[in-house]
Design a protein around this ligand. Structure first.
Ligand SMILES: Nc1nc2c(ncn2[C@@H]2O[C@H](COP(=O)(O)OP(=O)(O)O)[C@@H](O)[C@H]2O)c(=O)[nH]1
Ligand SMILES: [Mg+2]
Ligand SMILES: [Zn+2]
Length: 318
């Protein structure tokens, strides 16, 4: 009977709030446009999107149809999310991730180490390995801070990779680094997320934006993540994420920020005022002492204060 119901396993590769594309695991695998079956998501709470690329799901498919119903979502190994200010909810950018690629550029758009601070913090809090990828190294930074700050991230224990999607420099290393893994590309708009995916998989021709473009009308480019599977049979998967201007960490309380910044964490609770120290004015503040001693970079300290303020704002928003 052609109309038989088939139950298949698969993973989400892209989707909006309620229509998701699932690639099935059976051979030959197929892509199904799926809706979520009513009861599946009762307990997800206040989330912007309950299911994201990387999620493993069970779907119910009718015969040869290319549509299906998502019956259940497998328990996640981890999730990479951000706080979506507009929706005032947690936005899941990717699930079941091996590696976060935190992109930056020496110029065009300008180097923004504070964006890196935020994404690295989220990765640490989510327990996902993160690396810093500096793209566009063919461009002249014209800013001595770039190397200094990259060195600082390296000192904190993050791996730094310098690449150029344009000249191909470093792309082989990026290929090695991502082989066989599910990696998420993060970074503000214009840093070259799409270009790097195109460099890793020539022929894909994902739409690249021009820097002046304010609104990218690409269907899958602006608001939602999507997953690309590289050919080569190694299960190398890349998840492109929307290029947000401000990355607000998600699922972290303001007072927990200190524990997710690597060089701050060992000092948590050690100030004279203990956990109630605001690390702004108190005498005997170990964080401020570390800043003055050069152990904590001043930029990181400023980042810390701003992230904490943002989180307090996010909490007081509703
Ligand atoms: N010079 C230079 N330009 C690049 C490089 N990578 C990307 N671009 C350009 O930067 C712009 C934005 O790239 P895109 O991949 O769309 O960035 P995304 O918004 O992060 O996906 C495009 O015009 C690209 O051609 C690079 O390595 N060097
Ligand atoms: Mg893009
Ligand atoms: Zn303190």
């Amino acid at each position: 009977m052609k109309n038989d119901t088939e139950i298949l396993k698969g993973f989400v590769i892209r989707g909006s709030h309620n229509i998701l594309t699932v690639r099935t695991e059976n051979e030959p695998s197929k892509e199904l446009e799926c809706r979520i079956k009513g009861k599946v998501l009762k307990e997800t709470g206040n989330v912007y999107n309950p299911i994201a690329p990387g999620d493993r799901v069970i779907v119910e498919c009718q015969g040869n149809s290319n549509t299906a119903l998502i019956l259940s979502v497998e328990k996640r190994r981890n999730v990479f999310s951000r706080f979506n200010q507009k929706g005032s909810a947690s936005q899941i950018l990717a699930a079941n991730v091996d590696l976060i690629l935190c992109l930056c550029t020496p110029a065009s758009p300008p180097f923004r180490p504070r964006f890196l601070d935020r994404v690295l913090l989220q990765a640490d809090a989510a327990g996902i390995e993160a690396v810093v990828i500096c793209n566009k190294i063919d461009l002249d930074p014209g800013d001595p801070d770039v190397d200094e700050r990259l060195e600082e991230f390296s000192r904190l224990g993050y791996k730094i990779l310098r690449v150029s999607a344009k000249t191909g420099e470093g792309i082989d290393e990026l290929r090695l680094m991502t082989a066989g893994k599910t990696s998420v590309l993060t970074g503000q708009s214009g840093v070259g997320k799409s270009s790097l995916i195109n460099a890793l998989e020539p022929g894909l021709n994902i739409r690249e934006g021009s820097l002046n473009e304010k609104f990218d009308r690409g269907v899958h480019t602006t608001t939602m993540s999507f997953m690309i599977e590289l050919s080569g049979g190694e299960n190398t998967r890349l998840i492109d994420t929307p290029g947000v201007r401000l990355f607000i960490p998600d699922g972290i309380q303001p007072e927990e920020v200190i524990s997710h910044l690597r060089e701050f964490a060992p000092l948590a609770g050690k100030c004279s005022y203990g956990m109630s120290c605001s690390h702004k004015t108190e005498p005997g503040c170990k964080i401020m002492e570390a800043v003055h001693a050069g152990v904590i970079h001043e930029d990181r300290y400023n980042s810390f204060l701003r992230i904490r303020d943002d989180l307090e704002g996010a909490l007081n928003d509703d």
